[in-house]
Design a protein around this ligand. Structure first.
Ligand SMILES: [Zn+2]
Length: 299
């Protein structure tokens, strides 16, 4: 089973702090890992793919590649010999900007603005409820616009965020990506350059997004990047073709759509976005049992 994490925050973050992805603090994350390691074998993507049906194995993946998260957890993972794959975007290396949906997360849940205007309507950003309402509207409009990256860029011009906030959410630095070159526990994976919805762009642009991202990661780290994760778990048949043509050996989804015959390009993952250890246990044990039940039914 492959687990998917996003942001890990420092323990100094208030317990009741929230954002759209929920917040997992460092000490809680370490508790997750300790529990996982005492019940399962944590293996690399490479080892998982050699025998995907092997039981009681967990693969750790982190999407988007946040520099603060990486700075917080990398030495812990290395010291404890916990393998992990980081699926990393690269557009910030060129423009210094947040990914489009990360910007909306920071805009709505950090305290840069009390109110924002979306489609000529004012949205307060004071209570948790108001923040979620504005955030959901922005994500929906971004998706409906057909060009989420462009839609978000327009907001960024009207509502710029201070560096104190963007720094918390920016992608890996070039130096951090270079660190992967000398590392055996931690691996880089492709995640496109700008994190578009792959089903809203042409095959050619899909290829460009993947090639640019992979080339930058390989140049900076000096290592081949063998695996890919579909941004937001969204993909279509053309994206399946593109990942193969670019040369990736496997690709992770979240919920697979079963569009192709080869499971290696639609690997399911379990999204861990809550700090609750109980929820983690339920997900890992529950999903494990459900898979076993399916196997028995099919046998
Ligand atoms: Zn992502």
């Amino acid at each position: 089973m492959i687990l998917l994490y996003h942001l890990i925050f420092p323990d100094s973050t208030p317990k009741d702090a929230r954002n759209a992805g929920k917040i997992i603090r460092l000490s809680v994350f370490k508790r997750h890992i300790r529990w996982l390691r005492s019940h399962y074998e944590v293996v690399s993507m490479e080892d998982y793919l050699k025998d995907p049906d092997a039981k009681r194995r967990i693969v750790l993946t982190f999407d988007d590649g946040y520099r603060e998260t990486f700075a917080l957890i990398s030495s812990f993972l290395i010291k404890n010999q916990v393998p992990a794959t980081f699926f990393v975007t690269t557009s910030h290396l060129e423009d210094g900007q947040l990914l489009w949906f990360v910007y909306f997360n920071a805009l709505c849940f950090e305290n840069a603005y009390q109110e924002i205007v979306i489609n000529e309507q004012g949205y307060q950003l004071t209570t948790k409820k108001e923040r979620y309402k504005a955030w959901r509207m922005l994500i929906r409009l971004a998706r409906d616009s057909g060009d989420a990256v462009g839609f978000s860029a327009e907001f960024t011009r009207n509502y710029p965020l201070p560096e104190l906030i963007t720094g918390k959410y920016l992608g890996l630095t070039g130096e951090q990506i270079a660190q992967f070159g000398g590392e055996t526990m931690l691996r880089l994976g492709g995640h496109t350059h700008r994190h578009p919805f792959l089903d809203q762009i042409s095959f050619r642009v899909q290829m460009d997004e993947m090639v640019k991202n992979r080339t930058l990661l390989e140049e900076l780290s000096g290592k081949p990047v063998r695996y890919f994760a579909y941004p937001g778990g969204v993909y279509n048949e053309e994206a399946l073709t593109a990942v193969r043509q670019v040369g990736f050996e496997a690709a992770c989804a979240v919920k697979p759509h079963h569009l192709g015959a080869d499971f290696r390009f639609e690997i399911p993952r379990v999204d861990i976005y809550s700090p609750s250890l109980l929820k983690l246990k339920l997900k890992v044990i529950g999903v494990g049992n459900a898979i076993q039940r399916l196997r028995k039914q099919n046998a």
